[in-house]
Design a protein. Structure first.
Lengths: 370, 296, 252
């Protein structure tokens, strides 16, 4: 029996009627008197109600309609997966798994190249690289800030400030990606170009992570910074959620031992909320991996791999946004879809993991860390 | 000697404590600063670019000054209307299923998990899927297929609304006290009627809030529209054709080389953000006031 | 007018917990019958079996026969039909929070599709008068929400709501346990007036209350009905030792 049918039986309780073998024949004086014998206007009401059916058909129809709505969510996810798999077949058959790690060599320059729609050479490697670099850069910047903010909001902030600050971070989460991109293009990128990049090149150029080959200000760093600003509210609000879920008694127990506030936060709160915070970070990572518009506007959009964080690059989502509508061939289209499929699978895994971790903390299952 | 050590250690502990306090305050400032910067800059740039033309004119050809985004505002309104027609009923229905019919069952847990997964699917992937489903193939006898259209954009946004609406609806319905459900049952009200007229109605402020949240979220979505609705520089109400959308227009104008278009992009961003701030504030107002007034 | 209730071999379970065991009972029409007993004795489960509310819990199960008037409620009809004939008042007042006072009273009819506006006006007024709430609320019937009333008023509103569908039986599950003494005595007066028109079954843990309002009293203990007799007899000369222990306060 399919799972959906099992559900229906849930609200139909298990009622077994066993008719009694012997009906006791005790006389009851008024018991058999029926309603409706009096002729008051209220009995019209009774007649009306008796005339109404038990509406079991309407109930069943409504019930199934709601089940259908629930199942449609399955259907949507399944349809998305199906379409992505179907439309990426061409590329999958030609390149296989090497799609994600191979490099081609240019015939004339003998330099490695990855993405050549005209000659139908496709490798997702630079996009995977760009996605990973920009996302981890974003985590590197945002995680300490988000946790600091969460600690401040839950443990130190004066009550009067807490509301407005929480509201501000909520707003930060609601601003559309394209507006972050707009701001990044006109404010962040010029700022990086004029002040921060020269400083980084001058001071840390020796690491090889910062060189002056790309003077535009676009690139991985710009993408990482704007992503950091975008995922900060997600990580911060989830961290706050799991920190407030830590029972108050835990805090008091540590404080009663004479701990300072930081020791209380570290031992009483962070230790208990650790797994949930990791969940929040992973959720932020999931968002960063799939984020499109702001990144596409500032990363430079070149299918190349560079060590320097100041170089142009591209990400999985950015290349789809830029090329999908104008794919030059079926293979190009298929390769882009395969990148979409990879993104789909990665974000599902990352989100499921995050949900699991957060759920472990907030649903009362104590996280066993000592 | 021991006492010295102890004193030193407690001084160190106090020092750590205050430095952590300072660090978290610094983190807060570092977080709030860019936000304030973004807002101030946005309002400054947007307000100085906004005028009546923005709301009444369609874009002028390159090189001509002036023009507005009336077509994009109208296009966004149509797309969002279509998205809501798809996303709100299905989402609320799914929420009713989770809270009223499936509570505690494996199927409900699976649906809830899938909704969370769908919520995490990047919007660009949604665009890819809808493109592959509706825009790319021409399905015989099926209108809206085989080409870029407002319809496909609305479908993509509608699908994105479903998980948010569904999960908020579920949460709000679970907040309705059991006693209210029992009261309706005790009156012999048919189940469907009791769910709609009593439970859902009691939770309606919260459910409306959830719908607005979902609405605000997709109102600013650009990625799923790039290769579905595509954009249009002219006035169009035809959902069977490419249609303009505010976020899409902002994207195109921001990356253009023309100052006049940059100005329009800022103005568009301000309009979008005002809409979203209004929605978020309303949501906060409703939820802080207690979602279910009087029901405890 | 009310009808009698005839219960034969009633058994009920919550999961594996056998909460009611072999209950046999005849409840007379147009009288008040009180069910007393320590908490957890099954008296609430019993009344919830009389309008099939017990089975709304997925793990609940019932066997046996309950006849209300000429209707075998577990065989002849669907739960919704039973519940339209058997009104119920719950332990905590539970008016519909989003509805006005008027709509609360009219809800049982409106939600079942009754749309005669003048008829509704009359029924609402009559029900509110019957539940002794009319004078307190008649000026803001449509203005005030049901949830804005005081606890005692809310409970009388719930009684009015139950009366509006003109039930044959009125079940009351500890209707006054969440109320203050003044409201409690108002509810008791009300039961006293209503019992000539309706068959009332009232669950209470308050023995004085049972003695004040009911003609018949049943004593429940550990899922069984120990004794069922006239209230006077139960409280003055019970035939079972356990009843006597309970009413004299030796346990429970």
């Amino acid at each position: 029996m399919p799972g959906s049918l099992v559900l229906v039986t849930v609200h139909v309780p298990d009622i077994r009627i066993s008719r009694p073998q012997v009906q006791p024949e005790r006389p009851i004086p008024d018991a058999q008197k029926l309603a409706g014998e009096s002729t008051s206007d209220v009995s019209a009401v009774r007649k009306f109600l008796l005339s109404r059916g038990n509406s079991s058909i309407a109930d069943a129809v409504f019930h199934w309609l709601m089940v259908l709505c629930g199942l449609s969510i399955f259907a949507i996810v399944a349809l998305i997966a199906f379409e992505l798999v179907l439309r990426s077949q061409l590329s999958w058959q030609k390149f296989g798994l090497s799609f994600f790690y191979q490099a081609f060599t240019d015939r004339e320059t003998h330099l490695p190249m990855f993405w050549d729609p005209v000659n139908e050479h496709f490798s997702a490697l630079p996009f995977v690289y760009g996605t990973l670099v920009s996302s981890f850069l974003a985590l590197l910047i945002s995680v300490p800030l988000a946790i600091g903010l969460a600690i401040f909001l839950t443990e130190m902030c004066p009550l009067a400030l807490r509301g407005p600050l929480a509201f501000l971070t909520e707003l930060l989460a609601a601003i559309p990606s394209v507006i972050y991109g707009l701001w990044a293009v006109f404010v962040l990128v010029p700022l990086l170009r004029a002040h921060i990049n020269p400083f980084l090149i001058h001071g840390f150029g020796w690491t090889g992570l910062f060189n002056d080959e790309n003077p535009t200000g676009l690139g991985f760093l710009a993408a990482g910074v704007i992503l950091a600003i975008m995922i900060l509210p997600i990580i911060s609000s989830l961290t706050r959620e799991v920190m407030t879920a830590v029972p108050h008694s835990q805090r008091e127990a540590v404080l009663a031992l004479g701990a300072t506030r930081w020791e209380m936060i570290r031992m009483g709160v962070l230790r208990n909320a650790r797994i949930g915070i990791v969940g929040g970070i992973i959720l932020g990572l999931g968002r960063a991996l799939g984020e499109t518009m702001a990144v596409a506007m500032v990363i430079g959009n070149t299918p190349e791999i560079h060590r320097s964080l100041l170089s142009n690059g591209s990400t999985m989502s950015a290349v789809i946004a830029n090329e999908y509508a104008e794919a030059v061939s079926d293979m190009h289209f298929s390769a882009l879809t395969e990148i979409g499929l990879a993104l789909f699978i990665i974000t599902i895994i990352v989100n499921a993991l995050a949900q699991l971790l957060i759920w472990m903390v907030t649903r009362g299952t104590p996280s066993q860390v000592h | 000697m021991n006492e010295e050590k102890f004193k030193f250690r407690s001084r160190m502990r106090a020092l750590t404590d205050s430095s952590v306090t300072a660090l978290s305050i610094l983190a807060t400032v570092l977080v709030v600063a860019p936000l304030v910067a973004i807002f101030v800059y946005l309002v400054y740039k947007g307000a100085s670019s906004l005028n009546l033309d923005f709301f009444t004119q369609i874009p002028k050809p390159v090189g001509e000054a002036g023009g507005g985004m009336a077509n994009a505002i109208w296009g966004s309104a149509l797309l969002l209307a279509l998205a809501s027609i798809i996303g709100v009923p299905v989402g609320i229905g799914g929420g009713i299923f989770l809270a009223e019919y499936g509570r505690g069952t494996k199927l409900a847990n699976a649906v809830r998990f899938t909704a969370d997964v769908l919520n995490g699917v990047p919007s660009i992937v949604m665009g890819v899927a809808v493109y592959a489903l509706i825009v790319k193939p021409h399905i015989p006898f099926l209108p809206f297929t085989g080409h870029f259209s407002g319809f496909s954009g609305g479908v993509a946004l509608g699908i994105m609304m479903i998980p948010t609406v569904c999960r908020t609806t579920e949460e709000m319905l679970l907040m309705v006290p059991h006693a209210v459900r029992e009261a309706a049952l005790g009156l012999g009200v048919p189940n469907w009627r009791s769910v709609l007229s009593i439970t859902v109605k009691t939770a309606s402020p919260g459910i409306i809030t959830g719908c607005m949240l979902a609405f605000a979220r997709v109102a600013g979505e650009t990625a799923p529209l790039i290769f579905t609705a595509l954009g249009n520089s002219f006035w169009s109400s035809n959902l069977n054709q490419p249609i303009a959308a505010l976020p899409l227009q902002i994207y195109v104008y921001a990356l253009s080389p023309y100052d006049d278009w940059h100005r329009l992009a800022w103005a568009g961003a301000l309009v979008l953000i005002v809409l979203i701030v209004l929605a978020v504030s309303l949501v906060r107002y409703v939820t802080s006031r207690g979602v279910l007034k009087g029901a405890s | 007018m009310g009808v009698g209730i005839e219960v034969t071999n009633l058994n009920a379970w919550y999961g594996t917990n056998h909460t009611l065991q072999d209950i046999n009972l005849n409840i007379p029409a147009n009288h008040a019958t009180a069910l007393i007993g320590p908490s957890g004795c099954g008296k609430s489960t019993f009344v919830r079996c009389l309008n099939r509310m017990h089975e709304t819990n997925p793990i609940a199960r019932v066997t046996g026969t309950v006849r209300i008037g000429d209707l075998d409620i577990y065989v002849d009809a669907k739960p919704v039909e039973i519940r339209r004939r058997v009104g119920m008042v719950f332990q905590r007042p539970n008016p519909f929070p989003t509805m006005s006072i008027y709509d609360n009273v009219a809800s049982g009819l409106k939600l079942n599709g009754y749309s005669n506006r003048r008829g509704l006006d009359e029924i609402v007024e009559k029900s509110l008068k019957n539940s002794a709430l009319w004078d307190e609320v008649k000026d803001d019937l449509r203005k005030k929400s049901g949830a804005s009333l005081s606890g005692g008023q809310q409970q009388r509103l719930c009684i009015a709501r139950a009366l509006a569908v003109d039930p044959e039986v009125l079940l009351m599950d500890e209707p006054a346990s969440a109320l203050d003494p003044v409201s409690t005595s108002k509810i008791e007066d009300l039961i006293f007036q209503l019992k000539s028109q309706y068959t009332i079954v009232i669950v209470t843990h308050n023995m004085q209350q049972a003695a004040r309002v009911a003609e018949k009293t049943g004593f429940f203990l550990n899922g069984r009905m120990v004794e069922f007799d006239s209230t006077h007899k139960i409280f003055t000369n019970p035939s079972d030792k356990r009843t006597e222990d309970y009413i004299t306060g030796r346990f429970g």
